[in-house]
Structures are given as C-alpha cells and as structure tokens.
Design a protein around this ligand. Structure first.
Ligand code: C2E
Ligand code: MG
Ligand code: MG
Ligand code: MG
Length: 289
C-alpha cells in the first residue's frame, strides 16, 4: 500500500484477485470470438422543453456463459488494467456506429449517438484514425457521434488535451461524463474542447430538497451557457427531479424516468419514430422551427 504502509493479505483480497483474473481470461476469449456475449444497449437522451429525442448513449453489456451478466463497472476496469481496453473499445465503436448507420438509413437523422471512451483509448494515438475510418466506412457524418470522456483522472495534461483536440478536429462531439465526481473542475469546462457536460447522477439524486445540489447545477448551467456547452443531467428517476432541473435551465436529461437502456430493437421501435418525425419536420421547406 505504498511506502511505510502495509496491510495483511486477506482472503477477500485473494477472492478479488481470483475474480479479476477469471474475468480477464473470459474477456480475452470473448474478444477472440468477435465479442460473442457482448451487446450494446441504448438509453435515450431527451430535451426537457419538448421531450424530443436528442441522442442516445450506447452502454456495453456482457453476458458470460459461466459468470452470467457482469456489470461494466466491474469489467471495464479489468479491461483497462489488463491491456484489453483498446480491443474492447474498438468493438464498441464499430458496433455502435454500424447500428447508428442502419438507423439513419431508416430516416432517423438529426440526433446523435454517444459512446463512452476510456482514458486508455483516449491516450491511444490510433484513436482518431479509428474514429475517422469507422465513420467513413459507414457513411456517418462526424457530428452524429459523441464521445463521452470521464474525468477519473485530471484531463488537463498536454497529451490528453492534444488527443481531445485531434478528435474535435474530426468534427465529432465531445462530452465530459460524470461531472462533479473525480477530478472534474469548473476550469476543465472552459479549457477543454467540449460540446457538452453531463452532470453526474449523484447531484440529481435528492436535488428537489437539497439547496447545495441545486446551486451546483445552477452554476454549471450558467457557466455552460456562457461557453456554449450543452448540459445533460444523468440518472433522472422522478418527475420532481426533471421539474427542478428544467427550472434550473438544464436542457437535456437521461435516466430511468425517461427510459432505461434498451436492446437495439426495442429502442428502434419506441424511440426511432420520434427521431424520424423530428427529422422530417426539420427538412420540410418553409416549416417553422
Ligand atoms: P456512464 O457512462 O455514466 O453511464 C450511465 C450509467 O448510469 C449506466 O450504467 C446507466 O445504465 C446508469 N443509469 C442511467 N439512468 C439511470 C437512472 O435513472 N438511475 C440509475 N441508478 N442509474 C442510471 P451502466 O450501464 O452500468 O454503466 C456504468 C458505467 O460503465 C458507465 O457510466 C460508463 O462509465 C461505463 N461504460 C459502460 N459502457 C461502456 C463502454 O462501452 N465503454 C466504456 N469505456 N465504458 C463504458
Ligand atoms: Mg457515459
Ligand atoms: Mg455518466
Ligand atoms: Mg458513470
């Protein structure tokens, strides 16, 4: 545990290491089998003013024959620590963009798909080329893709900043995920080339009765307004939370109050018609916005 600190090796540590090793091996096999057992679910992002679909977030699911369903909160760190995150991230990006392309061919344009990108991927110099080639292959315009980056470590080092800048130059959107947790600071919002900031669920939970959380959201919304960032609140579970966020000027929301993350065909059935209608309205000549 670092210089001058020691802790006895307990059985629970052993159990954790055994589990992580087993998941690492299983993930390796899964990736060698072209992602057999992996799937993406899609959670809608909607505008608070009129409920229109503005985007959706792709969330990775893993169902392993022996381990059963494993949460991304558990296997993403295993992939990151075990050298598998680039391959896993590539699988996610290719699946997600292929799905988006299929939906766009059905007329559902005018909204974006968000994909989570781990810091390991962000620091991989081949990421911008992968993103560009994947979009070109599927004929998807870069503005229809948003990459979500979590500030689990400070993002203000030169390498990260350069990586974000290269992605921005491709024309993809960039969102800062889980804002308010980890190292996120207000200065990151002004200094990084972002399009959106996602306020973490922990500030939405109980916001109706908590002046402190309200003040935090209020200040993020105000600052974002000055810099021209979109504000998305994550983890909305009740109408009261949505109402409070609307009053605070938050534009977009995502959460179980709107919808859980859905399998692709369920998402397409319930949500694509709304995107398709919105796109048709937008394209109609002489139609008021
Ligand atoms: P995230 O990117 O912040 O995603 C939002 C998480 O909140 C998701 O958990 C989602 O299912 C959950 N959520 C959404 N609405 C609600 C709500 O109203 N209430 C509650 N209690 N939870 C809600 P999930 O799917 O378990 O993913 C956890 C995290 O794992 C994600 O957090 C993201 O950091 C990571 N992750 C998921 N998929 C990927 C991926 O493809 N690549 C990478 N690098 N990370 C991923
Ligand atoms: Mg996310
Ligand atoms: Mg988040
Ligand atoms: Mg999160």
């Amino acid at each position: 545990q670092g210089p001058g600190h020691a802790a006895p090796f307990e059985d629970e540590h052993r159990a954790l290491l055994v589990r992580q090793h087993a998941l690492h091996q299983a993930l390796l096999t899964t990736l060698r089998q072209d992602g057999l057992g992996l799937a993406l679910q899609y959670q809608p992002l909607v505008a608070l003013d009129d409920g229109r679909l503005v985007g959706c977030e792709a969330l990775l699911r893993w169902h392993h024959p022996q381990h059963g369903p494993v949460s991304p909160a558990e296997f993403i760190p295993v992939a990151e620590g075990g050298g598998l995150m680039e391959a896993l991230g590539r699988w996610v990006l290719q699946q997600a963009v292929a799905q988006l392309a299929a939906w766009r061919r059905r007329g559902a344009t005018g909204w974006y798909l968000a994909v989570n990108v781990s810091r390991v991927q962000l620091l991989d110099p081949s990421l911008p080329a992968l993103v560009r080639e994947t979009l070109q292959y599927h004929h998807v315009p870069p503005g229809a893709l948003c990459l979500e980056i979590t500030e689990s470590q400070p993002l203000d080092d030169p390498a990260t900043r350069a990586a974000l800048q290269r992605l921005r130059e491709l024309g993809v959107r960039l969102a800062l995920d889980d804002f308010g947790t980890g190292y996120s600071s207000l200065s990151a919002l002004t200094e990084l080339p972002l399009h959106a900031v996602k306020i973490d669920r922990r500030f939405v939970d109980g916001i109706e009765n908590c002046p402190y959380r309200q003040a935090l959201v209020d200040s993020v919304v105000r600052l974002a307004g000055v810099i021209g960032l979109n504000v998305v609140a994550e983890g909305i579970e009740t109408a009261a939370q949505a109402e409070r966020l609307r009053a605070l000027g938050c534009q977009h929301v995502q959460g179980w109050h709107i919808s859980r993350a859905l399998d692709a065909h369920v998402f397409a059935e319930h949500w694509l018609p709304r995107a398709t209608r919105a796109a048709a309205r937008h394209d109609a000549p002489g139609c008021p916005a």
